[in-house]
Design a protein around this ligand. Sequence first.
Ligand SMILES: [Zn+2]
Ligand SMILES: [Zn+2]
Length: 197
Amino acid sequence: MRSFDILLAESVERHGHLCAGQIIGVRMAMLGCTLVGIDDPRSEKYRKKLIVYVEIDRCATDAIESVTGCRLGRRSLKFKDFGINAATFMNIETNMAVRIISTERSRDLVRKYAPDEQSHYEQQMKGYQLMPDSELFDVQKVKVILPSHDMPGPPRKHAECHVCGQMVRDGKEMVVNGHSLCRICGGEGYFKVIETD
Ligand SMILES: [Zn+2]
Ligand SMILES: [Zn+2]
């Protein structure tokens, strides 16, 4: 694994600014990879062995992507929209997985680890780097149920929507009264159509 400083610099470059989320995200990804036996997630040896679930779409997620190389478009990054500062790191070769949660107590502890810094920002930047993993994170050993159609690689499943005819890939259809429906026809749409050309 590259050093924390190098990984943080890469992540800040990609994210656009240095923030607490970059520090926490880099540390979370380094710890997660190490705990599931992946030394360098972007190396040829490990590139296809890691799947990461993120539970929030905020700063730290960019850092986790940067460190691990996991991407939505490669299906190695999964997004669960839970609004929780946590991520799960899964080694798909061994099935070993850990869920790492950024602790609420760490917010107050930054002052203890950076007592000389005046501004809250500086306290965070220093405190989140110096605090031990055990204060910054809670770690759960978990078992992830990863269906075969959610694995990276070619699509294994597809279904045609009974209402609109749209092809739904990767087992993401809903089944209502025995019919396959796309999520939109199934009532889970996030938009209203104004006009279709
Ligand atoms: Zn940020
Ligand atoms: Zn449909």
